[in-house]
Design a protein around this ligand. Sequence first.
Ligand code: COA
Length: 338
Amino acid sequence: MTAVPGGAGCAAVICGVGAALPPHVVSNADLTARLDTTDAWIRSRTGIIRRHVAGADLSTTDLAVRAAAQALADGEPDPVDALVVATTTPDRCCPATAPVVAARLGLTGIPAHDLAAGCTGFLYALATAAGFIAAGTARTALVVGADRLAALPAPEDRTTVPLFGDGAGAVLLRRGSPDEYGALGPVVLGSDGTGAELIRASRPGALRMEGADVFRHAVDRMSTASREAATAAGWELGDVDRLAPHQANSRITSFVARRLGVPDDHRLDNVGEVGNTGAASIPLLLTHSTADGRLKPGHRTLLTAFGAGLAWGAVALTWPDLSPTRPPGYTSSGGSRT
Ligand code: COA
C-alpha cells in the first residue's frame, strides 16, 4: 500500500460501528438447570440476565467478519488501509485472525494483525490503529474486538460460567482533525504483570479467576485511567455525558461511575444482554447504545477497560453522527440499561 500523510494536527475519527452476536442465547434460567446457582444471585452480583454463546459452527473469525462488515456498511465508503483484531480467543494460534478477516472482506494486501490484551484489547487496538493513521501508514483502519469467552470457564465452575459470553464489535476509523466529532483523544494504556495470576487460562475450560481481587483492581484501574484520559483531553469529569466502560459486570461499572462522580444514568450498560464479551465488549456497547439512542452525536464519551494482564486503558471522544443500525441478534427487552 501507499503511505499517506499523517502527522501533527491529524486525528483518528470514528466513522462507523458494527456488532455481531451468535444467535444462541443462554439465560440465567438455563444455567440454573446445570449449575448450583440462581437467577437472583447472578443478577444481583453481576447484572447479567443472558449471554450469547457460539456453537461449533461460528468461529471468532466469523464473528469478527460480521462485525467488521457492519462497521464498513455504517461508515463512509473509503478504501480500508489497515485492520487490527483484538482477541484472546483466536481460532488458531497460527495464522493470526486479522489477515483471514481482511481476506474475507476482500481486503487482501493491507496490513492486518492481531493483538492480545485481554478485555482491554479493543482499546489497545484502537491506539494501534490511531498510530497507523498518525504515522501515515493508513488513512482508514478497521478495529475489531472479537472473543469467544464462554468456552474459557470450566463447565462446572459456577463462579465464572455465568459471567462470560461470545461476540464481536468493530469500529471504522478515518483520518480527520482533532476538533471533529468522533476524534479520539490520547489513549491512556497500562499493564501490571505482577497481577497475571488473578485471571488466567492455559486453555479453554481452564479459566481461573480471583474474583474479589479482580473486582477491586478493575474499579481502581478504570477509575484512574478514566481520570487521566479526561485530563489528557482537556475535560473535567463533570463534562462527561456518557461513560462506556468494559462490560465486566454492572456492579463494577457502577462503582467506577460513582468513584468518578459520573451520574449513574450516564453510564452505558448492556451487560444484562450479552455478559462479559472481552475485547468485543466496548464496540458492542457503542453499537447497541447508538442503536437504542442512549449514545447520541455530541455526547462527550469516556471509554474505559480493564482485564487480564493485568491491562487497562481509557480514551475520551465526542460521539459522532452515525446511522443507527440495529445489530442482528440483539434484543432490547429485559436489559439492565438505564
Ligand atoms: N451462584 C451462587 N453462589 C455463588 C456463585 C453462583 N454463581 N458463585 C459464587 N457463589 C458463592 C461462593 O461460593 C461464595 O459462597 P460461600 O460464602 O459459601 O463461600 C459466595 O457466593 C460469595 O462468593 P464471592 O466469590 O465472594 O462472591 P463475590 O461477591 O465476590 O462475587 C463475582 C463474585 C465473580 C461476581 C465478583 O467477585 C466479581 O464481579 N469479580 C470480578 C469478575 C470479573 O468481572 N472478571 C472479569 C474482569 S475483566
